[in-house]
Design a protein around this ligand. Sequence first.
Ligand code: ADE
Length: 319
Amino acid sequence: DWKEKGAARLVKTEKDENGNVISTHIIKRGVEDFEFGKTLGIGSYSTVVGATDKQTQQTYAIKILDKRHIIKEKKVKYVEIEKNTLSRLRDHPGIVSLHYTFQDESSLYFVLDYAANGELLSLIKKMGSLDEACTQYYSAQILDALEFMHFRGVIHRDLKPENILLDEKMRVKITDFGTACLLSNEVDSQGNKLPTYPQNHRTNSFVGTAEYVSPELLSDKVQGKECDVWAFGCILYQLIAGMPPFKAANEYLTFKKIVKLDYRFPPGFPSRLKDLVRRVLVFDPRQRYDIPRIKAHPFYDGFDWNRKNLWKQKHPRIM
Ligand code: ADE
């Protein structure tokens, strides 16, 4: 017996043969079904708050978006993209799952997986840098999540250590799909999926974060899946070096370094990883290593890429 109570609560009741209610289950959640806790993050259009489902005691991270602000700043399209993207990517361990969405007069709510160990960026900052074993472990999970995302026709476009979260078992969970690009199922003459949305809505501005932006976006204003692989290369470098390869006093100088491929390896940077980074941070996106070639690189020699095992392995000691 299903009943819609109000707009946001679908209630299932079980009755015995005499018509007495023996149990009720709230199927569709609303604001009143959660106990809100501490703020986990504040963005320009949203706040992420920790919350507990009163019925199941399950912890979630709820992204709260202010409707008036979103409409005023013309970000409705981005919110739709984020919701549609997360819905497409629901069942991968390396991507934050969207469990419920609901709204009240003032806000939209996205109920997401809670990542207990916060941002990968905080881990890098706390440790200064990571060792090779950790770099292999975290980068392999990022790569597997990226491969799945691309397979489902999603380009993230703002991949960076702030958007890579860690769960209670130190497993990677990619988040923040507000600037993602959804590819349609239509293909061009080369068999590439076509974007559903315009590549870049705002002329003269870019999506993403300066340090991780690919050179093709800066030179041709175009972006395909290769831009996520570029960002992956920057993250690979950052895990070992402690900072991203292209970093300058301001965005303009950072962009200049990117298009000139102006970066250096710090002393002691492992040679096999150097070789891999050099093959990923390639100016021409068509020459850049793709995900299968990265997986086959000697840096991952002997690594078990089987998706089940990859997400079951114990994380290495953090050094
Ligand atoms: N901060 C932002 N999103 C989060 C999430 N899903 N889990 C934990 N902290 C977060």
